[in-house]
Write a protein that binds this ligand. Structure first.
Ligand code: SAM
Length: 290
């Protein structure tokens, strides 16, 4: 039986195009169009909106985004086996689905959306093995504000918790939480159980919404990354120890002087310092090494 969009059920698509899931490509497909509809609706009203989707696979989420009214979906897929299945969807939605055969890790996002009129949002059930790397790249976008106005992304629950973490959730709070907190506001929207995927992964997943801050606290992202890497790489140690050896602008930082200048007690640990604290450290580290 066909679905509301006149296209065959996803199970049939996978069978027809012989899309046996590949672990190396993080392939855990969603077949339930109610669930993909819920993810698509989490992107907000889609009238006039272009969605960049990473890893459309057999097209479950792609179809939901189009059915929910996205003006256009630009879908980047690395697995060439999926391209014929996606072409069928493109045919059902003339002019609204652009399929890009390529690797999301090396995609030039600004060039991809250079001709797009109107707002762009990112929506994806991300391949779990590259999800964090893609998110870090989008959060480190330069110039800022970035090319997208919202992201709705599926991660493993454990990664989702690290994205939204603050010092209040000590175990989860780390480099990812600082970067996400600096440039965006984020929240977990809902969980998705392993049984929703084909094949089912071992862990629960979560859909996360990230909205870029219009004016993040001013600081050099590269230096912020260096400071958080140094601080969290030895997260059990006090900052006076973990920041020893930190190098910024080619010069080694005096950790005690840096902490004193930022007004941060030297015996604190990385997980006790909030985003504003790390931004202050990054700015002062920059000033002290010029
Ligand atoms: N969106 C589909 C769904 O929800 O059923 C598939 C999601 S599956 C978790 C991840 C998808 O990302 C797969 O289709 C996989 O082939 C694709 N993928 C994996 N690595 C990729 C990469 N580097 N660039 C683009 N797509 C990639």
């Amino acid at each position: 039986m066909m679905h509301d969009d006149g296209l065959p059920p996803l199970r049939d698509v996978v069978q027809k195009y012989e899309l046996a899931a590949r672990k190396s490509l993080g392939q855990n497909f969603l077949f339930d169009l109610n669930l993909t509809g819920r993810i698509a609706r989490a992107c907000g009203p889609l009238d006039g909106v272009t969605i960049v989707e990473i890893g459309p696979g057999p097209g479950g989420l792609t179809r939901a985004l189009l059915m929910e009214g996205a003006k256009q979906v630009i879908a980047v897929e690395r697995d060439e086996r999926c391209l014929d299945a996606l072409a069928e969807i493109a045919q059902a939605y003339p002019g609204r689905l652009k399929i890009v055969a390529g690797d999301a890790l090396t995609t030039d996002w600004r060039a991809l959306v250079a001709d797009v009129q109107g707002p762009v949002r990112i929506c994806a059930n991300l391949p779990y093995n590259i999800g964090t790397a893609l998110l870090v790249g989008w959060l480190e976008s330069d110039p800022w504000p970035p090319w997208y106005e919202r992201m709705v992304l599926m991660f493993q629950r454990e990664v989702a918790e690290r994205i939204v973490a603050t010092p209040a959730q000590r175990v989860d709070y780390g480099r990812l939480g600082v970067l996400a907190g600096w440039r965006a506001t984020s929240r977990i929207l809902f969980d998705v159980p392993p049984t929703a995927f084909n094949p089912p992964p071992k862990v629960t997943s979560s859909v996360v919404e990230l909205t870029p801050r219009a004016e993040p606290l001013a600081c050099n992202g590269r230096i912020l990354t260096a400071v958080t890497a140094s601080a969290f790489n030895q997260r059990r140690k006090m900052l006076r120890q973990s920041l020893k050896g930190l190098s910024v602008n080619g010069k080694t930082i005096d950790a005690l002087a840096l902490l004193n200048a930022a007004g941060i007690t030297e015996t604190k640990r990385a997980e006790e310092v909030d985003v504003a604290g790390f931004v202050a450290l990054a700015r002062l580290a920059d000033d002290m090494t010029r």
